[in-house]
Design a protein around this ligand. Structure first.
Ligand SMILES: [Zn+2]
Length: 111
């Protein structure tokens, strides 16, 4: 799409179908933006007390009962992994798993 045609699309925004298309596009970009700007350490440390262990952080897994920390957060890769129960993922999947799927999914969509 050339810059010119883009301007034209935005100028005819009174067409309901076009308006919906543009809104969907913006919503998608917002989710990507949230994912890019979110720091997994900040998110997880709101739920779990994390201790630095080299380049990673260690804590008690919020997804299963344990007494020795096997829950690892790696900020460099923006991922978490539990070596006790096997749960792992990124900041978004952490919040989704933590808030029990559907509830978090709907709030992520309204962000
Ligand atoms: Zn676990």
């Amino acid at each position: 799409m050339s810059p010119d045609s883009r301007i034209r699309v935005l100028a005819v925004d009174d067409h309901p179908l076009l308006r919906e298309g543009i809104a969907a596009l913006i919503a998608d970009e917002t989710v990507l933006e949230v994912k890019r700007s979110v720091d997994i350490y900040e998110i997880v440390s709101g739920y779990v007390s994390l201790k630095r262990a080299g380049a990673s952080y260690k804590g008690l897994c919020p997804f299963h009962e344990e007494k020795t920390p096997s829950f690892i957060v790696t900020p460099q890769r923006q991922t978490f992994k539990c070596f006790g129960c096997g749960k792992g993922g990124d900041a978004i999947s952490f919040v989704m798993a933590r808030e029990n799927g559907l509830k978090a999914l709907s709030s992520a969509r309204t962000v």
